[in-house]
Write a protein that binds this ligand. Sequence first.
Ligand code: ADP
Ligand code: ASP
Ligand code: MG
Length: 403
Amino acid sequence: MRVVQKFGGTSVGNVDRIRKTADIVEASWKDGVQTAVVVSAMSGETNRLLGMANELSNRPQPRELDVLVSTGEQVSAALLSIELQNRDIPAYSYTGMQAGFRTDSQHSRARIRNVEAGKLLAHVEQGEVPILTGFQGVDEHGNITTLGRGGSDTSAVAIAIALKADGCDIYTDVDGVYSTDPRIAPSACKIDRISYEEMLEFASLGAKVLQSRSVELAMRYKMPIHLRSSFENIPGTIVTEEDETMERAEITGVAYNRDEAKITIRGIPDHPGIAARVFGPVAEAGINVDVIVQNISEEGHSDITFTVPRQDFQSALDIVRKSCEEMGGRKVSGDDTVAKVSIIGVGMRSHSGVAQKMFDTLAKEKINIEMITTSEIKITVVIDENQVDLAVRALHTAFDLDA
Ligand code: ADP
Ligand code: ASP
Ligand code: MG
């Protein structure tokens, strides 16, 4: 039996928590399980480091930021290793670079290309415990890269795949995936088993309990994830392939994301190629465009509205203003106080009226819907960010998800 255990920020948040985490690793190791460990930075540390950089500069270079924030994980890996060695457990800490995480060169959002896991494999086969820094790797030029916020989840799944582990256990401060963020809706209920597909929607739509890229990877390689608490030894949520034991309620859960901004470009001449003309330069700048709405054209002119991550709002706005001018468009406006709320579930495939119920529920709460987008297993609306909590709770209740 071989597992990868990943411990998030709160699980290594202070010396006492590191001892508790060492208890979990020790128990697995003593059971004869081949165990590799991935750690996050101590909770709050990544933000603290970024805060200092932003105090010094309003445009710190992404390369330097990656060197900076990757140190957080190095501290926790070394401390956990020290504690395990103190218990006579053969533990060895490694940075992402040392552990063979090769990535592309997109600083702060790098993607893993491959993991050269030979050294780590030798450790686990000899009953030793490698402790890896999550969230980071190295590009082909030897630069330190990081994988985006929450990226240690992805490091953990990637190493589990590279080591051909039987599973990846992700330890965090909640005891599973809930029907919505329990911090917003205390009545949220725990999901025992969830399909990769639904979990991927959940994560992509804002449930930060797992980084979406980690779920994508796990789905591709069928790596089971057990998301569980590092505070209590109880079963958590299994993320795996869809099967008959999974719930078929109308919806499985509600997700939200406040990191959104919306841009509208008005009065652009409506002819083939305008969408490509608007979105081409945005894509070239590495900005992810999400919800897109184009209005029916009137007198040969059309409007397009779309959302981007809030951190990219200013750059996207600059790009679109330039394109608008070049295309002879009328005007560009933007709003970075919007948010996305989504309902998710494979049950939508077999239940009708789900969209109607969502819109009715929001209308009763006097929440204005600015944009709508759907897929087979999700419906997303863009609303004012101040109404997120209200929307999440109302939808959670309307779809009978309250525990
Ligand atoms: P870690 O530092 O362990 O990676 P995170 O803060 O990244 O932990 O993720 C855990 C948090 O995710 C929880 O504390 C919870 O507030 C939040 N969360 C958001 N949506 C959900 C959900 N649907 N189920 C469980 N937790 C959720
Ligand atoms: N420390 C990083 C972050 O805060 C990565 C992680 O925790 O997964 O985003
Ligand atoms: Mg996380």
